[in-house]
Design a protein around this ligand. Structure first.
Ligand SMILES: NC(=O)C1=CN([C@@H]2O[C@H](COP(=O)(O)OP(=O)(O)OC[C@H]3O[C@@H](n4cnc5c(N)ncnc54)[C@H](O)[C@@H]3O)[C@@H](O)[C@H]2O)C=CC1
Ligand SMILES: O=C([O-])CC(=O)C(=O)O
Length: 329
C-alpha cells in the first residue's frame, strides 16, 4: 500500500445512507482494493456526536485501507483537498413545505458546499450529489464552483438504474447480469424515464423480449419511478442501503470505468445531447474510461421515449427556473 490515500468527503455522515455507505468505502468498495482512503465527514453541529460514534465503529472495523477519519461541522474544512465528494446530507421535505421552500432550504446547503468545493477541493475532484432533489442540488453546487470543470458535478440516478435492471430481469426470469445497456433519462423523481428500448437481454432487444407495452407503461415505468415511495411505505424509512450501494456503483464506475459492451446512468450536465438543454443536470447513458465519462451518442429515441424524456426534462427546467428566481443559480 504505497499510494497516497484518496480523500473522500461524505456529507450527512450520521444519516441512514451515511451509516450504510461509510463501511463500504472503508472496505475499499468505492475506489478499489488497491486504494487507501481518508474519510472526511461533514455533519451539522447537532449530529457531530453521532458521526463521532460511527467513526468509533469504523475504527473497530480495523479496515486495512482506511488511513484516517476527520469530522467537521464546517464545509470549507470538510472539502479541503477532497478528491471524491459525496453530498448526501440534504433538507428533507417536511409537512406543509412547498416545493419552493424545499429548493430554498437546499440552496442554503448546496450553495455553500459548492463554494467550499471551489475553494479547497483537489484539482481532480469528482462530486456526486445524492441528497434530494439531487439533480437540482447538483445544479446549485455546480453554479457556485466556477473554477471546477462543470462535468465533475453529477447527480445520482444509479439507484433507479439498478432498480430498472432488477425489475426487468425479474419479469424475464433472467439473472441481472444478462441485462445490459439500461438507461434512466431525466430527473431522479417520479417523472424519470427508464428506457428498455435501448436495453439488451442476452444480447437482443429487451423491449422485444418483453413484448408487452401494457406492462411497460402500467407496471415497469411506474414501479421503477415510484420505488422510493414503495420502500418508504414498506420500511417506514427511505431507501438507505440500496442508495449507498448505488453511490458506490456510481463512483466505482466513474473512477475505474464501465465494462465493455455496457453503460450506466448518471445525472450529468447536459451538452445538448438528445435535445436536453445544455447545462441541465439530467440522467443519460454514459460510458466511463480513465476517470472520465462520455454520454453515449446515436441511440434511437422512438416517439414514446421522446415524450417521456421531454416530460422529465421539462420538470428539470422548471426546477432550474425556480432556483434561478431564488438567485441560487
Ligand atoms: N438520489 C437518490 O437516488 C436517493 C436520494 N436520497 C436522498 O438522500 C438524502 C439523505 O438520505 P438519508 O441518509 O436517508 O437521510 P437522513 O435524514 O437519515 O440523513 C441526512 C443527514 O444529513 C445531515 N445534514 C443535513 N444538513 C446537512 C448539512 N448542511 N451538512 C452536512 N450534513 C447535513 C443530517 O444531520 C442527517 O444526519 C435525502 O435527501 C434523501 O432524499 C435517498 C435515497 C435515494
Ligand atoms: O424519496 C426519497 O427520499 C428516496 C429516494 O429518492 C429514492 O428512494 O429514490
Amino acid at each position: 500500500m504505497t499510494q497516497a490515500p484518496v480523500n473522500v468527503t461524505v456529507t450527512g455522515a450520521a444519516g441512514q445512507i451515511g451509516y450504510a455507505l461509510l463501511f463500504r468505502i472503508a472496505s475499499g468498495q468505492l475506489l478499489g482494493q488497491d486504494k487507501p482512503v481518508r474519510l472526511r465527514l461533514l455533519e451539522i453541529p447537532q449530529a457531530v456526536k453521532a458521526a463521532e460514534g460511527t467513526a468509533l465503529e469504523l475504527e473497530d472495523g480495523a479496515f486495512p485501507l482506511l488511513a484516517g477519519i476527520d469530522i467537521f461541522d464546517d464545509a470549507k474544512q470538510a472539502f479541503e483537498g477532497t478528491n471524491v465528494a459525496l453530498l448526501v446530507g440534504a433538507r428533507p421535505r417536511t409537512k406543509g413545505m412547498e416545493r419552493g421552500d424545499l429548493l430554498e432550504a437546499n440552496g442554503g446547503i448546496f450553495k455553500p458546499q459548492g463554494e467550499a468545493i471551489n475553494a479547497g477541493a483537489a484539482d481532480d475532484v469528482k462530486v456526486l450529489v445524492v441528497g434530494n432533489p439531487a439533480n437540482t442540488n447538483a445544479l446549485i453546487a455546480k453554479a457556485h464552483a466556477p473554477d471546477v470543470p462543470a462535468e465533475r458535478f453529477t447527480a445520482m440516478t444509479r439507484l433507479d438504474h439498478n432498480r430498472a435492471i432488477a425489475q426487468l430481469a425479474k419479469k424475464l426470469g433472467v439473472p441481472v447480469t444478462e441485462v445490459k445497456k439500461m438507461t434512466i433519462w431525466g430527473n431522479h423523481s417520479a417523472t424519470q424515464y427508464p428506457d428498455i428500448f435501448n436495453a439488451e437481454v442476452n444480447g437482443t432487444s429487451a423491449a422485444e423480449a418483453v413484448g408487452d407495452q401494457a406492462w411497460l407503461e402500467n407496471e415497469f415505468i411506474p414501479r421503477v419511478a415510484k420505488r422510493g415511495a414503495e420502500i418508504i411505505e414498506a420500511r417506514g424509512a427511505s431507501s438507505a442501503a440500496s442508495a449507498a450501494n448505488a453511490a458506490i456503483d456510481h463512483i466505482y464506475n466513474w473512477v475505474n470505468g464501465t465494462p465493455e459492451g455496457d453503460w450506466v446512468s448518471m445525472g450529468v450536465p447536459s451538452d445538448g445531447s438528445y435535445g436536453v438543454p445544455e447545462g441541465l443536470i439530467s440522467s443519460f447513458p454514459v460510458v466511463c474510461r480513465d476517470g472520465s465519462y462520455e454520454i453515449v451518442q446515436g441511440l434511437e429515441i422512438n416517439d414514446f421515449s421522446r415524450a417521456k424524456i421531454d416530460a422529465s426534462v421539462a420538470e428539470l427546467s422548471e426546477e432550474r427556473d425556480a432556483v434561478r428566481k431564488l438567485g441560487l443559480v
